[in-house]
Every structure is written in structure tokens, then in C-alpha cells.
Design a protein around this ligand. Structure first.
Ligand SMILES: Cc1ncc(COP(=O)(O)O)c(C=O)c1O
Length: 385
């Protein structure tokens, strides 16, 4: 009910404290199955200070708009591009929708179709539905990466583009993006890489010596990349990123936005009014941690993943779905549904879908949390024998 009279600030905060006491929190170390994390304190401070900035009206917040452009520039550099075009958006979903929108608007296909791996994130379902684009699913190989031959078989005159994934949501698999890029070039199609998760992992992991496929703009067929600072970038929600290689993609999705207090502009994002603080926080985190800082974050996450996978291998009744490529470890167990239910009852933030439990080594996940989790897993499995 909408209250007739207001309550004091103290009362309101107390009520909220009570209501949210049933939430799992990232700093408790109990959330193991999420791609979000507790944001870095600097990013939290930046959001607090610049909470009123609206990039939907960039004529008012000229400085913030400049910072967003710099943030997009730094993300482009990380992805192997001297100068890129894009925005800090609400998340991977919006970024993927913008890429599909650009591909559709630049294509003259009568019945637009997009080819994407069966492992693609459900955001593409929204994109397909909203944009009237038929989704054509390409099969996966045994290692859960997309079967590039199947992608090729599915290309028709109506194909508007191809999607590859650098860090799948379920297993953290990086598709053979170099082969997809060659295919895209051969057929004159744009390739979108969904690196919502992997974008803030792969460049650093490669530098650390992990063998991973190239996935970014250094591959000539890649026309756009989704990269989310609110995942491994440690920026508060909402902060996604869409980067295009060429300006024409951004222009293809820009509409005139009149009546703004700051003057008429062209707007490409799905959201109109949008948080400038997010873009400033992205800029601040990159400026603060730099390549070396993020490399340390990723080093910890990758090492923890290898250790955790090794521990799981030693538990009878548990099997890894595949060797981890990034900092995601997914495993199956006997009696999976009961195991999931009991682990949840014990307060673990995990989920089982497609026949496995996924653990994401986000920056808030530490070895002691995983040791406790493994102890519970062993106990639960025993109790169900
Ligand atoms: C690969 C991938 N793409 C896109 C998304 C969607 O991102 P968001 O939830 O920020 O919209 C996710 C989310 O987990 C993802 O894993």
C-alpha cells in the first residue's frame, strides 16, 4: 500500500535492514554461482559522489560524457583496438541487444537471421524477439565450444551476422573465435563476440601464460564485443560495455533525441536516462587497477579454479563437466537435484541447471569458502548414499 504518511529515515533504514536480512550477500562468501561480486570500494565511492549524473542528457554532463568516451577508449585498447565506438550500458543483455540491432539495421536481409551457439546467453532470446530476428542455433562440439562447420552450414542469404562467445555463462568456454572470424570474413558477415564475462579475464589470463584462443578486435572479422565491467571488472551494477570496431555500427542504431535540457543529441542505447556514475566508476577502476592490477585479480581467480577442480576430482560421485578454461568450474554429482537442494538449504548460493552445478571464482570467493563448501558437499553426498 502506498503510505499516506512518511516514516523517519531511521525507521525506513531499519525496516529495510530487516527486509534484506534474508538476502545472501557477496561478502559472506556464500554466493558461489554468480558472475557478480562485491564491488571495489573506490567504485562504490565514485558512484556515491556522482549519483546524479545522467548520460541520457550528455549536453548537461559534458565532463561525464568525456569520461565515458575515455572508458570506452580504454576498453577498446584492452580488446586490441586503437579507437572503438560504444557505450557503458546497463549490462551484457543491453550490449548484446545493441549489437544485434546494429547488425540487423545494416543488413538488407528480408527475413533477418542470426547464427549463434547453443551455449549463448538468454539475452539473445530477448534480442531476437524484440528485433524480429530469427535465431538459428549452431551445435556444440564435445568440448562445448561451437561447431564452426555447423555455423557455416547454417549461413543463408538472410544471415545478418554470427555470434561467438568468449566465456560461456555455464562453463566459461571460449569458442574458436579465430575460425569464426575467418568464416565471417569469407562470407562478408559481421561477427559479434559476447565476452561479457571473459572480456575482463582472457587478456590477463593470456598474459599469465594460460593458453586461450584470441577473441578480440585483433581478429579482423570481429565487428563488436560485449564486455561487462560489473562482472570481473568489479564495478557496481549496472555497468556493461558494448564496443564496435567502426562508427557506422553505432550510427546505425542512433535515433535523434530532441527536448533534452542539454540540447539535441543522437542516442544509441536502449535506456534513455542512464547512470553517468557507472561510466565514471568504470573509468576509475581501470585507472586505479590498470593492467597489472586486473592481472593480479585474474591470477588469484584462475589459480583458485585449478585448485578447486583438483579437489572436486578427488570426491567420489563427482565429475567435472570439462576442464576449466577460465575461472568457472562446473561439475555434476550423483543425485544432483537432492545435492543442490541440500546445499542450498545449508545456505550456499549455487544453482544446478543443464545437469551441473556452476562455481564462479569471483573476486569475493576465497579458498576458505571453497574448503567449507567442499566439506558440505562431501557430507551431503555421504548422507544421500
Ligand atoms: C556470456 C554472457 N553474456 C551476457 C550476459 C548478460 O549480462 P547481464 O546479466 O549483465 O545483462 C551474461 C550474464 O551472465 C553472460 O554470462
Amino acid at each position: 500500500m502506498f503510505p499516506k504518511k512518511g516514516a523517519s529515515e531511521e525507521e525506513v533504514l531499519k525496516e529495510l535492514e530487516e527486509k534484506t536480512s534474508m538476502d545472501l550477500t557477496f561478502d559472506s562468501g556464500r554466493i558461489l554461482g554468480s558472475m557478480c561480486t562485491y564491488p571495489h570500494p573506490l567504485a562504490v565511492e565514485v558512484v556515491r559522489r556522482y549519483i546524479d549524473r545522467n548520460l541520457g542528457d550528455p549536453g548537461l554532463h559534458v565532463g561525464s560524457r568525456k569520461v565515458e568516451k575515455e572508458a570506452v577508449g580504454m576498453l577498446s585498447n584492452l580488446l586490441g583496438l586503437k579507437e572503438g565506438y560504444g557505450h557503458i550500458v546497463s549490462g551484457g543483455t543491453e550490449a548484446n541487444i545493441l549489437a544485434v540491432r546494429a547488425f540487423r539495421n545494416l543488413s538488407d536481409a528480408e527475413k533477418p537471421e542470426l547464427i549463434l551457439p547453443e551455449s549463448a546467453h538468454f539475452s539473445f532470446l530477448k534480442a531476437g524477439e524484440m528485433l524480429g530476428v530469427r535465431l538459428v542455433w549452431a551445435k556444440l562440439k564435445e568440448d562445448y565450444s561451437v561447431d564452426v562447420r555447423d555455423v557455416e552450414d547454417k549461413i543463408t542469404d538472410n544471415t545478418i551476422g554470427i555470434v561467438g562467445i568468449a566465456g560461456t555463462t555455464g562453463l566459461g568456454v571460449v569458442d574458436d573465435i579465430p575460425a569464426l572470424s575467418d568464416l565471417a570474413l569469407d562470407y562478408g558477415l559481421p561477427l559479434h563476440v559476447d565476452a561479457a564475462f571473459g572480456g575482463f579475464v582472457i587478456p590477463f589470463a593470456k598474459e599469465l601464460g594460460y593458453e586461450l584462443p584470441d577473441f578480440d578486435f585483433t581478429l579482423k572479422g570481429v565487428q563488436s564485443v560485449t564486455i561487462d565491467p560489473h562482472k570481473m571488472g568489479m564495478v557496481p551494477i549496472p555497468a556493461g560495455g558494448i564496443i564496435f570496431r567502426e562508427k557506422r555500427f553505432l550510427e546505425a542504431i542512433s535515433v535523434p533525441a530532441p527536448y533534452l535540457a542539454g540540447g539535441k543529441v543522437w542516442q544509441a542505447t536502449i535506456t534513455g536516462t542512464r547512470p553517468g556514475a557507472s561510466a565514471l566508476a568504470v573509468w576509475a577502476m581501470i585507472r586505479h587497477l590498470g593492467f597489472e592490477g586486473y592481472k593480479e585479480v585474474v591470477k588469484h581467480a584462475m589459480e583458485l579454479s585449478r585448485w578447486f577442480a583438483g579437489e572436486l576430482r578427488r570426491i567420489p560421485g563427482v565429475h567435472l563437466i570439462r576442464e576449466p578454461m577460465l575461472n568457472i568450474v562446473s561439475f555434476g554429482t550423483r543425485n544432483l537435484e537432492e545435492v543442490e537442494e541440500e546445499l542450498k538449504r545449508r545456505g550456499w548460493g549455487i544453482s544446478a541447471h543443464r545437469g551441473y552445478i556452476r562455481v564462479v571464482m569471483m573476486p569475493h570467493v576465497r579458498k576458505e569458502h571453497l574448503e567449507e563448501f567442499l566439506g558440505d558437499l562431501r557430507e551431503v553426498l555421504k548422507s544421500l548414499d
